[in-house]
Design a protein around this ligand. Structure first.
Ligand code: ZN
Length: 83
């Protein structure tokens, strides 16, 4: 299988239309163009870990920002497309 479309920033599961993650995904935009996605399961897990306190868009952005950076750091050049 190829690269997931609209991958969740936390678990990497695809959240594009037609996938299981689509219906309850969270989409945030930042820096005017970049978009990030969070599947419903990860949202629920994060909210549960915070004793039910909901995530603001800003917090999602920050999580995605650090998550994307961490993933790029871990995978390195040439590792694109791996899950
Ligand atoms: Zn997820």
């Amino acid at each position: 299988m190829g690269t997931e479309k609209d991958p969740c920033a936390e678990c990497g599961r695809g959240t594009a239309a037609g996938t299981m993650g689509f219906s309850d995904r969270r989409v945030v935009e930042w820096d005017g163009a970049a978009r990030g996605f969070l599947c419903g399961e990860c949202q629920a897990a994060i909210v549960a870990a915070r004793q039910g306190e909901p995530l603001s868009d800003d917090e999602v952005r920050r999580r995605i920002d650090s998550g994307v950076a961490a993933m790029a750091w871990a995978s390195g050049p040439g590792a694109q497309g791996q899950v």
